[in-house]
Design a protein around this ligand. Structure first.
Ligand code: GLN
Length: 201
């Protein structure tokens, strides 16, 4: 798998872990912080973290519009957790007081993926947990959830790849893969390998 270059959005959150996994699976990583970093990519990863912060930094950095255009034009995209929230066309969240104070209560960010995601969907008690489910196209996979969203509604032509506890936690829509959980924090590289195979096409 030589010379596949994957951009990793490196504004905030768990981007280093994706880089480690991608490097292990043979890709070249390029950290994306400004529009010039978007050139020459075969795919892009939107990591977990805090979607409200990432959304603001997308605007400030000038990445918002060129990134959205690349995704809309078919750049293979792997989005995990907060990254999934950035892609979602609709966000339903338990709104926090600080969101309201900061004026960041539910906004849509890139809006390229026709799903509704529920932020912090597992509440406080179950905010982090690990489980294992089958992901279509990948197989059994250890899923690590950290203050994760789940997908409440998948729009037309959105392929549902995995569910846990009755909720959708992995989808694919054209070039976009959205995951509620963190494959980069597991020891299992298969989701990244599968993503790289789509970047090769
Ligand atoms: N709770 C975060 C958010 O709403 C997502 C958490 C994560 O990416 N692990 O953006």
């Amino acid at each position: 798998m030589g010379n596949i270059t994957i951009g990793v959005l490196a504004l905030q959150g768990a981007f280093i872990e994706h880089e480690h996994m991608l490097t292990k699976t043979g890709a070249v990583c390029k950290e994306v912080r400004r529009p010039a970093d978007l050139t020459g990519l075969d795919g892009i990863v939107l990591p977990g973290g805090e979607s409200t912060v990432q959304g603001q930094l997308l605007q400030k950095s000038g990445l918002f519009t060129p990134l959205r255009e690349l995704i809309e034009n078919g750049l293979p995209t792997l989005a995990t957790c907060a990254g999934l929230i950035l892609l979602a066309q609709e966000i339903s969240s338990p709104v926090t007081d600080s969101d309201i104070q900061k004026g960041t209560a539910p906004v849509t960010h890139l809006g390229t993926l026709p799903v509704t995601v529920k932020r912090n969907a597992y509440g406080r008690q179950l905010s982090s947990f690990v489980t294992e489910e089958t992901v279509t196209g990948v197989g059994r996979f250890p899923m690590i959830f950290i203050r994760a969203p789940y997908i409440e509604r998948a729009g037309e032509n959105v392929e549902i790849l995995a569910r846990t506890g009755g909720h959708i936690v992995a989808v694919k829509y054209q070039n976009q893969i959205g995951l509620s959980f963190h494959p980069e924090l597991s020891e299992n590289p298969e989701i990244h390998e599968w993503f790289l195979s789509q970047c090769e096409k």
